[in-house]
Design a protein around this ligand. Sequence first.
Ligand SMILES: Nc1ncnc2c1ncn2[C@@H]1O[C@H](COP(=O)(O)OP(=O)(O)O)[C@@H](O)[C@H]1O
Ligand SMILES: [Mg+2]
Length: 279
Amino acid sequence: MSAAPEDAPGSGRIAAPITAVESTESAGGPLLRLTDLVRQYGGVKAVDGVSFEIQPRTITGIIGPNGAGKSTVLTVASGFMPPTSGHIEFDGRDVTGLPMHRRARLGMVRTFQIARVFEGLTAIENLMVAVPQQRSLTLKGLVVGRRYWRSEEEEIQERAWQLMKTFGMADKANEKAGRLSGGQRRAVEIMRALMMRPKLLLVDEPMAGLNPKLTRELEEVLMTLREQGLSVLIIEHELDTVERICSEVLVMAWGKVIARGQMAELRTRREVQDAYVVG
Ligand SMILES: Nc1ncnc2c1ncn2[C@@H]1O[C@H](COP(=O)(O)OP(=O)(O)O)[C@@H](O)[C@H]1O
Ligand SMILES: [Mg+2]
């Protein structure tokens, strides 16, 4: 991908404080807990007994060779697909049976390995449609009318603008998403997830296809969000990124977590090296 300046999701700086996550309060204890998670596709156990916890205000990485089951863990944790067996607790509550949109409302939002944006909508519209607007649908909304639900709409718009500025993309706000570069679409997808004021952001290889400069900018954004209270579970191929931003890393191979720890230390472990070579 080209390193053209207009490709930037950010200008290299965090332009504005991010208020998208400030109001989330956690119940205490681990934010996410997966217990004996199994997901089978036909005869293939894509995820084969995975258990781990994620603490609030942390960035946790999942690495491992292709086919290890990383994306499937995210897919099942987010509720996009049900597990074959096992349990998922989010913020002190069993969400195993909850569909993805209900989990999103509780504060767990995912992005996809290939960014999904509404190409016909502008960048800022892509952000605004992420938040279900409710006041216009209530009885009060019907009776009091625009005066009542207008304020909600303005709030959503303001948050969307704030994120666009944070990601250094304010000048692209009214551009159709279909005309944005790969890096910008990825940024739009992440911003859209942040519109939901998540407590936990689940991201699948967000750095894929980004040049080194954009990668560093997105790392900065994720670390800033973490400081503001967000937790992130990130699947990432780029191990230098993982080493810079993740406090804990899980190594997956053959559907299982085969090692966990800090990236710098994991690099020296034999079983991790073997998984990459053999896997
Ligand atoms: N929707 C699916 N249908 C059938 N098999 C799948 C599906 N998704 C993933 N798999 C299989 O599950 C295994 C793990 O895949 P995946 O979770 O995508 O691994 P990773 O993200 O680590 O590369 C692979 O063998 C893959 O082929
Ligand atoms: Mg994957």
